[in-house]
Design a protein around this ligand. Sequence first.
Ligand SMILES: NC(=O)c1ccc[n+]([C@@H]2O[C@H](COP(=O)([O-])OP(=O)(O)OC[C@H]3O[C@@H](n4cnc5c(N)ncnc54)[C@H](O)[C@@H]3O)[C@@H](O)[C@H]2O)c1
Length: 533
Amino acid sequence: MLAAHRLRQQAHSLQRALSCWCNADPAKLSGASPGQAYNLVNGKWHMPAKSKTIPDPMNGEPFIKPDEVEPFVRSLQAVPKSGLHNPLKNPERYTMYGAVSARAAQEMGKPEVEDYFTRLIQRVAPKHDAQARAEVVVTRRFLENFSGDQVRFTARSFSVAGDHAGQTSSGHRWPFGPVALITPFNFPLEIPALQVMGALFMGNKPLVHVDHRVSLVAEEFLRMLHACGMPATDVDMIHGSGKTVGRLLMQARPRSTLFTGSQRVAEQLTADLHGKVFLEDAGFDWKILGPDVAEPDYVAWQCDQDAYACSGQKCSAQSILFVHENWAAAGIEQRLKALAAKRKLSDLSVGPVLTWTNERMQAHMDRLLQIPGARLAFGGRPLEGHAIPACYGAMEPTAVFVPLQQLLSPEHFPIATTELFGPFQVLTEYKDEELPRVLEATERLEAHLTAAVVSNDPLFTQKVLANTVNGTTYAGLRARTTGAPQNHWFGPAGDPRAAGIGTPEAIRLVWSCHREIISDVGPVPQGAALATT
Ligand SMILES: NC(=O)c1ccc[n+]([C@@H]2O[C@H](COP(=O)([O-])OP(=O)(O)OC[C@H]3O[C@@H](n4cnc5c(N)ncnc54)[C@H](O)[C@@H]3O)[C@@H](O)[C@H]2O)c1
């Protein structure tokens, strides 16, 4: 972390540089000076009627105060199903959003703005500078991608010749109109920013809710968009608790909701909103190390990053590593152990776990260690010498080895494949002839988000890829499970509710539906052609 005085200097130069859109100062957020979150409805920022203080993840001091739902319900209900724009209505808004994106990208390209968002992210969701900065950079690049005419190109229609003169059919991407966007704590900027822009590009009015522990960051992003020309009434934002938002949505009945978060809430929202949802839910992400051992330093480094960067709090984090016996013989476990030992609280390469306490993580480990043949590969102890409050977890990067046969048994499979959203992974080992059993394990998993096949053997990768479904799968020696840049699709597969983020295809899928308009203007047929049939 930077020294407080340097942060304060940055905040001052930022305010000079930024036409003063920023409203939160990461250097000043503290128990003595808590930040205040504001709701946005119909273009006006409001102090919420009720407030809740959020404990600072680094020392437990209450440092953010985040519900009234009626105005939000009315605001969403006032939006027509045909949206704020569509190919036939207010088309100039497509280029307006191209211009907003261009200005926002320029703003985020300023070093002081990049630093500002990086520090703000780190304050509410402590992670290494490189991890927090990557969110800012990906968001800026996304905005660059959708500058100029790219918004209207993304919403492009197509046309097919008809059966007779005067007839053509055109397929359009149509907005849903009133929509909702719910995102979790772990990517306070990137997920809400990319999704809210996608919703807006396609002509919707989104109600945004970001986990209340980190929603200050998305609030600042919206303030920046206002300064970059986004109409203030285009987006509503509500802080507060998830339960309140759930109730709000049942009243407001958005035409579609994009939810990113846990499987439990995803299923509840599916039922409550009668299936009108797109989901980016839990990940139990696997990596298979193939038989061809090469570049062990690199592969081990990538495994460590995938499992433990952001303290394992990425939906794409490596949850299970299937190790070919050749990699076991090459000492991959020892390499992972050595790399994990380098992680430290002082640079946030390991840090607070926001949704699992140490007791819960310990109980999960204990349960796994009861499986016959299971053993603690490394880690397993609480972090020491810190002031992280007990409502959050603080655990060493940890790996538990579970034998493949036991892992596959009906008794142990559910617990061995439960996502622990913290610095934790399961290791297991297989031989050539056991590859079908590894594939059986991937088949039996419920979540199909990211996966990696680490091998440059084309027949091996072909076999694995042909028999699996994960929505974002990396293959090759450099394969990873984490990485949701702006240049490729990121999202689960194997579920009709599966959403995506970042690319034109993801935006079209999640934030628009297909509408076919068949134009049939004549000339009309005459005489015998009008026989009754
Ligand atoms: N697939 C992805 O792209 C992706 C990305 C990030 C995180 N995740 C997943 O998110 C999970 C971690 O986040 P979490 O445990 O804090 O998730 P969570 O489901 O508890 O919360 C996610 C969001 O839902 C809101 N929420 C909670 N209850 C709600 C309700 N009844 N109605 C409406 N909204 C409600 C929360 O306020 C929060 O904003 C992990 O399972 C992780 O894999 C998935």
